[in-house]
Design a protein around this ligand. Structure first.
Ligand code: CA2
Length: 154
């Protein structure tokens, strides 16, 4: 009997220190916790007919593993790679190997901050980038990735 195929999920991947959201630097990152963002993201995705796999790691290699897993398991990827955005060729290379839409997301407007945050290794391999809307950036990213998934299916 053929194996029943599972619907693919939107992977939402979060990098280092994002687990601290809500506890410090509220002037930059707001008061919403990452758990709140996970709930908001899942609720928005559910309205659009998608499930979410939401993860956070402080370790570059673990993020690379999840991106590789997304090749088989995800219909789209939303990624806030945190500080690895500005440093990680490894995450860039892993994302390059994906065929599904990729939306890069940031809470803060990285272009209005220090110069070292102006360059992203993710942007060149992302379908699009959403920056500076706080937790709402993630909701906008769900809408964006869903519309890209649907466009690709047409
Ligand atoms: O604005 C974003 O979403 C960032 O990806 C956040 C990263 C930063 O390195 C990027 O340049 C932009 C940092 C996340 C750290 O979050 C904290 C939250 C509370 C307290 C300390 C750090």
């Amino acid at each position: 009997m053929p194996k029943k195929s599972r619907a693919k999920a939107i992977y939402v991947l979060n990098g280092p220190n994002l687990n601290l959201l809500g506890s410090r630097e509220p002037d930059i990152y707001g008061r919403t916790t990452l758990a709140d963002i996970a709930d908001m993201t899942a609720a928005r995705a559910e309205k659009l007919g998608y499930t979410v796999v939401f993860s956070q790691s402080n370790h570059e290699g673990e993020l690379v593993e999840w991106v590789q897993e997304a090749r088989a398991e995800a219909c789209g990827v939303i990624i806030n790679a945190g500080a690895y955005t500005h440093t990680s060729v490894a995450i860039h290379d892993a994302l390059r190997a994906l065929d599904c839409p990729i939306v890069e997301v940031h809470l803060s407007n990285t272009f209005a901050r220090e110069a070292f945050r102006h360059h992203s290794y993710i942007s060149a391999v992302a379908s699009g980038v959403i920056v500076g809307f706080g937790a709402t950036s993630y909701i906008l990213a769900v809408d964006a990735v869903a519309s890209l998934i649907e466009e690709a299916a047409e």
